[in-house]
Each structure stands twice: as structure tokens, then as C-alpha cells.
Write a protein that binds this ligand. Structure first.
Ligand SMILES: [Mn+2]
Length: 245
């Protein structure tokens, strides 16, 4: 049996402007991946940014019908962490998919090992502007006010935020948008963890870090769009794999 981890699928809304549904290559790959999980998986962890945009359960559940029914059909324990694109996923999504929402970060037990899971954006502490925005989105008042608006307005605001983020990202050094090593070590020590799996940076890799408790390993799950990156953890340990290779 194996435990599966995915992050940053950034699935696009399935309902087009004319109300027609369309299955993107990413969505088809996601469906195939879910079928694979069913074969030998004992759990699936989604480490954030499953969706490109989520403006509330009242809109999102209708915007991603195939992805939702795919998750619902999966007969495995299913866990989800918020990403920076889909942090408004809530209880209605969980009810529709059978997914359990986990706090960020969370220690889990996997194949006999303890490990820490997170989306990863909280570790990008060199990006001050980004962390300020993140802080705003965490505020209950901001969330309540955003969700109180009509769906069309929310969709427009989310599109503006994504445009802004794209422009800013293109002007920032790659280094600034990666995790900060000190933040990683602090988190590992605070959580007394020697293994961390996260996404967000779209830079699949295995890194080593020196901590007070010893050498720690950090696995970065890649994004879905290029190769369908995921982590599969079985009795031999974790491995970075690609769905379309
Ligand atoms: Mn992200």
C-alpha cells in the first residue's frame, strides 16, 4: 500500500463562458491519477492549490463538477490543506467530496513515520509583499466580507488578484519566491519533525536541512501542469514521481 501526496494542480474551472463543460488535459490526468490511487493507495493528501481559484463553496462546487465527483468516488481517506488559491474551501466542499480539511501545518503518521505537511507558502518569508497579502486573507473579517459579495463580484476580484500576482511574480527574483531555509528549520524544530512535504514553489526536489534534532529531509511536490508531479510513499519510503511519464 502507498500514501499519495499531490499539490498545485491548479485545475481550471470546468464551466466555460457559454456554460459548456470542458475536460482539460490536466483534469483527465487527475481522473487517471485518482483511479491509480484507488488501486494501491491507503490515503491521499492534497497539499493545497488543487484549484486555480476558489471564491467560496457556493460557487466552486458548481465550477468543478468533474473534479468534485472524482474525489467523491475515491474510496480512500482524503485530506486537504488550503493553498493560496483555494484557501476559501470550506465545509460544503468537504461534505461534497468526503474530504477532511487539515490545519496548516499538520503532523501525520505515514507508513510508520511521522511527517509534517504544509502547503509551503508560509515558508516563503523573503517575499514580504506576498506574506502581507497572505496575512490579509487569513483575517476572518476579510473572508466574511469577501464571501458576502455576489459571485460575479468575487470572480472579478479574484481575477484581478491573479493578474496582480502574475505581474508581481514576473518582476521578482526566483530566490525571493522560494522557501527561506531558516524558516524551514524553525518550523521543523518547532514541530519536532524530521520530515516535511510541501508544495507551492513548483520546484520538485529533495532537500536536506540541519536541525537541533538531527538531519531533516524536505520533499517538494511539483506542480501538476507540466508532468503531473506527485509523491508516492510506500514501505520503501517516499519517491517523487510524474503521472505522465
Ligand atoms: Mn501555492
Amino acid at each position: 500500500m502507498a500514501t499519495y501526496f499531490i499539490a498545485d494542480l491548479h485545475l481550471q474551472p470546468e464551466i466555460g463562458a457559454a456554460g459548456a463543460t470542458s475536460a482539460s488535459a490536466e483534469l483527465v490526468r487527475f481522473q487517471q491519477f485518482i483511479e491509480r490511487c484507488q488501486v494501491d493507495g491507503d490515503a491521499l493528501y492534497i497539499l493545497g492549490d488543487l484549484f486555480e481559484v476558489w471564491i467560496g463553496d457556493d460557487a466552486g462546487i458548481d465550477h468543478y463538477p468533474t473534479a468534485i465527483s472524482c474525489l467523491k468516488q475515491l474510496e480512500l481517506p482524503l485530506f486537504l490543506l488550503h493553498g493560496n488559491r483555494d484557501f476559501l474551501i470550506g465545509e460544503a466542499f468537504c461534505a461534497a467530496t468526503g474530504c477532511q480539511l487539515l490545519a496548516q501545518p499538520t503532523m501525520i503518521r505515514c507508513q510508520g513515520s511521522d511527517l509534517l505537511i504544509a502547503h509551503g507558502d508560509q515558508l516563503c518569508t523573503d517575499d514580504i509583499e506576498y506574506q502581507q497579502m497572505r496575512g490579509l486573507f487569513q483575517q476572518p473579517q476579510w473572508r466574511a466580507e469577501f464571501l458576502a459579495q455576489p459571485i460575479e463580484l468575487r470572480a472579478q476580484q479574484a481575477a484581478n488578484l491573479r493578474d496582480q500576482s502574475r505581474t508581481e511574480s514576473s518582476q521578482k527574483a526566483q530566490q525571493i519566491m522560494d522557501v527561506n531555509d531558516r524558516a524551514v528549520v524553525e518550523l521543523l524544530e518547532q514541530q519536532q519533525a524530521l520530515t516535511l512535504i510541501h508544495g507551492h514553489t513548483h520546484r520538485p526536489a529533495q532537500h536536506q536541512h540541519e536541525t537541533k534534532s538531527g538531519e531533516a529531509t524536505r520533499w517538494v511536490v511539483g506542480s501538476w501542469q507540466q508532468h503531473g508531479d506527485y509523491v508516492r510513499w510506500d514501505e520503501n519510503g517516499p519517491a517523487l514521481l510524474q503521472a505522465c511519464r
